[in-house]
Design a protein around this ligand. Structure first.
Ligand code: C2E
Ligand code: CA
Ligand code: CA
Ligand code: CA
Length: 280
């Protein structure tokens, strides 16, 4: 009888937990469904914005910029970390990419009126990059804006390199022939086969901010940062360090031979219109 009660208790406890779990699941599904509708509507009604963060040289002068997507929803600015993954799951990332490409093309055209040869970088996730219409839509956006593709840098991530490398390379070569340059974002954080870097036309590596955060500890964090910088430099790549927040970090990086920087110490991301005004 004792055992039976125990079994009964365990069962009902399990059922309770299951129903709690189901309630939480339902709440999540509902809110994701609502969010999905809102994002679809937001894309249609121009709520996706393009912000820009300048990159600087070792004197702090602006040399280029990175485009960063924002979602202006119900008066709030939503960060890409919360809507890009959702857009990826829903297959909406290509629509967002097209919107950003249009803004970036426009920005390149306008910036080049002030600074010849100015380049702007755009983030492209693997799913976007491998989409069959990617090259066509990108080129279309640039021709519509009458902007030169030579002003575009595409930031890919190491995770792109796990796809069929011949296919990836074919797409890159096609764009490189039109003057597009490539940068590997978040370098050192992915799972890529590093030797694949030598087969694709990449000219720049961006060292992720997590290495900079721990890069001044005088211990392993610093050894790691310095090693990753050395690796990038010996591969003959332009090395950009992102997430530079303090003067100490800046000095240390300059001593390591870094010449391109991005971070709150210099400039924060700002709306496209504000950024363009500041350039003029
Ligand atoms: P990311 O490409 O690594 O971009 C750099 C992120 O670091 C940006 O966050 C930027 O605002 C932030 N950041 C820059 N300097 C500093 C600093 O000194 N300190 C700190 N703490 N952060 C700094 P953001 O704008 O929130 O973007 C997050 C990520 O969303 C991006 O990371 C990128 O992976 C993705 N993303 C943004 N826009 C797009 C887009 O148009 N398409 C795709 N596929 N992904 C995008
Ligand atoms: Ca980036
Ligand atoms: Ca990055
Ligand atoms: Ca990142």
């Amino acid at each position: 009888a004792h055992a039976e009660t125990a079994v009964h208790q365990a069962k009902s406890k399990g059922r309770d937990q299951f129903s709690v779990y189901r309630r939480i699941m339902t709440a999540q599904v509902i809110s994701e469904f609502k969010l999905e509708q809102q994002l679809r509507r937001g894309i249609q009604s121009n709520e996706i914005e393009c912000w820009l963060q300048s990159k600087v040289d070792d004197n702090g002068n602006v040399i280029s910029a990175e485009a960063l997507a924002r979602w202006r929803h119900r008066g709030k600015i939503i960060s890409p970390d919360s809507f890009i993954p959702l857009a990826e799951r829903l297959g909406l990332i290509n629509d967002i990419g097209e919107i950003i490409a249009g803004y970036v093309a426009c920005c390149i055209r306008e910036a080049r009126k002030r600074i010849p040869n100015f380049q702007i970088a755009m983030n492209v996730s693997p799913r976007q990059f491998m989409h069959e219409d990617f090259v066509t839509k990108l080129c279309l956006a640039f021709s519509q804006e009458q902007a030169p593709l030579a002003g575009l840098v595409i930031e890919i991530t190491e995770n792109l390199l796990i796809h069929d490398i011949d296919e990836v390379n074919a797409i890159m070569e096609q764009l490189a022939a039109k003057g597009v340059q490539f940068s590997v974002d978040d370098f050192g954080t992915g799972y890529s086969n590093l030797k694949r870097l030598q087969w694709i036309p990449v000219s720049e590596l961006k060292i992720d901010r997590q290495f900079v955060e721990n890069g001044m500890d005088g211990g392993r964090g610093q050894a790691l940062l310095d090693t990753i910088i050395m690796m990038s430099q010996s591969l003959g790549m332009t090395t950009v360090v992102e997430g530079v927040e303090t003067q100490d970090q800046f000095e240390h990086l300059k001593n390591k031979g870094i010449t391109q920087f991005q971070g709150y110490l210099f400039h924060r991301p700002e709306p496209m219109s504000t950024w363009l005004e500041a350039l003029h």
